[in-house]
Every structure is written in C-alpha cells, then in structure tokens.
Design a protein. Structure first.
Length: 297
C-alpha cells in the first residue's frame, strides 16, 4: 500500500491514509470524508471493505476507486483493474468516471444495505455464515470451498423467490450485478455494472449433491442451459419468510441475516472509476450473449 500511495503522490495525487479500526468502521470513515469535501475516495481492501465504503458514500458525487486486497476481490477482477495495489494505482489516472446503479437489500425495519456486486440467498450465504474465520485467514478462498464441501450430504432449505409476479422455488439464489463470482467463476452470464437491473440466477433443489453438479456446470459455462437453473432479468425480487427460518442472506460476501428480504435496483447511486475500455468491452460481450437475457430453464 505504501508503494501504491507513493506512486500516486509522484503523479500529483497526494492521498490521506485512514485505517479502519474494526468491522463497520469504513462506512463512517467514508461518510465523514464525503461530508468534509473529499474529491476522491480510494479503498485498499477486499469486497467487504468496499461494501462498507459504498454504504457511506452512496448518492454522493464523490468517485470511488479501488486498490485491491482481501481474500477475493471480485470487483477488481470484474474491472480488470490489476491484481495488486501497485498495478491498480498505475492505471488509476487513466480511469474514467461512470455513474452506476447499486443494489439495495431491505430486511426487517432497519435501513437498507447497499451492495455493489451481488446478494446471495441460501447455500452460499449459509457457507458465509458458518465460515471459520481462522481458516479463511490461513487459506483464503480455499476456506469457502472447504465450507461448501462440508455441506455435502445435508438437505438445503428451499425458499420462494417472487420476481415480477411469478414465484420460483430455489435452494440458492444469486442476485448479480457482476458476472464474476468469488474470483474464479461466472454465474450471472451477461450482467454489467452499467445495467439498471439484476441478473437473477436460481438453482432448484434441496439435495446438496445436486449443487455439486451445478458448480461443475458453472465452471464449464454449461449451467445456462441446465435443467433446474433459471436465469432472469429484473429490477427487484422479493424473498418471503420461508417455512424453514434458517435461510441466510449475504451481500458482497458479508453476512446479513435470514429471510424475509427484498432487493431493488437504485439507479445512478454511485460514481465508480473504471479502467479505459471497460465499458466498450462489456457492451460487446453483452451483445454476444444476448440470448441468455430472457428467462431460461
């Protein structure tokens, strides 16, 4: 991080470095920076830290840039911003400002939680809930795979997803704003940060062994035509209270609680710095994959 900040200073962009002091503190730091008139906020951290910062600067005009770190920086992978802080800093001055939508998660009577990347309901959120943090610190992304394999042999609670007046049943639902998932996979095949909707991918079934087949199909790109997988485009989705209260929810890799919940698109809610050419590459890729944007089973 020191080398990245030194590189920015050499290019005429001096940066004030403010460390977080615990979970949730990045939101207050970002909100205070906006109120003090910051003209740019950079996040040196993973997707969870980025999510906290986004919740402190949503609806402001201050642009957000990233210096990737953390266990699996999905946003950095999605943007192609470089795998290290130094690489990201080098391309930062060439980045362009883009006004993009955010997702909003509402649960109970509290304020909504904004998310930049995705919301997960069911299996992946249960893995996040049960995650061994010491194992995560030691093994990184491998800790999530270990957590997933530990679910083999168990039965997953099934829940309802209501999208545009139609009800679906799922054991895992991904409400995506980006294609990349966990740094290694692409589950939502055509979504872009520039779109004003979600790509919602629903996986049916309660057998954990069935999800092993799903993940293999995701890894090979075959899940888009797989029986039991439904892909939708929508601006909102409702998850009513299920019969089994143990259906968990995560956003951007951070645990949020259990159903019921609702997700909605909030247009033009954040200014994000993106590498040059990113918009053109996403538009071209979306045109190649337009066949997947309608509901499939």
């Amino acid at each position: 991080m020191k080398r990245a900040l030194s590189s920015l200073a050499d290019c005429g962009m001096p940066v004030q470095s403010i460390p977080t002091t615990g979970r949730g503190t990045a939101t207050d730091i970002a909100r205070d920076a906006v109120e003090r008139g910051a003209d740019l906020i950079l996040v040196a951290g993973g997707d969870g830290t980025i999510n906290e910062v986004v919740n402190g600067m949503a609806h402001s005009g201050v642009p957000l840039g990233i210096l990737p770190a953390g266990t699996a920086n999905v946003l950095a992978t999605e943007l192609g911003a470089g795998k290290t802080m130094e690489q990201a800093a080098e391309c930062l001055l060439a980045c362009t400002e883009e006004r993009i939508a955010l997702g909003s998660l509402s649960m109970g009577s509290g304020p909504p939680r904004y998310f930049l990347l995705m919301a997960g309901v069911g299996l992946d959120a249960e893995i996040v809930y049960d995650l061994n943090l010491k194992l995560k610190d030691a093994l990184g992304k491998a800790a999530y795979w270990i957590g997933g394999f530990r679910k083999l042999g168990s039965r997953l609670p099934v829940f309802t997803v209501e999208v545009e007046g139609r009800a679906y049943q799922a054991g895992f639902a991904l409400v995506g704003r980006v294609r990349n998932y966990g740094g290694d996979l692409e589950i939502a095949p055509t979504i872009s940060l520039f779109d004003d909707d979600f790509e919602i991918v629903l996986f049916e079934g309660e057998s954990s062994f069935r999800y092993l087949k799903y993940m293999f199909a995701v890894g090979t790109g075959l899940h888009q035509r797989m029986r039991g997988v439904t892909i939708l485009r929508a601006r909102s989705a409702v998850f009513p209270a299920p019969a089994d209260p143990r259906v968990h929810v995560q956003v951007d890799g951070e645990y949020m609680g259990t159903l019921p919940a609702k997700v909605e698109i909030v247009p033009r809610a954040l200014t994000l710095l993106v590498p040059p050419g990113f918009r053109a590459s996403r538009l071209a890729s979306a045109q190649r994959g337009q066949w997947t944007t309608s509901p499939t089973r």
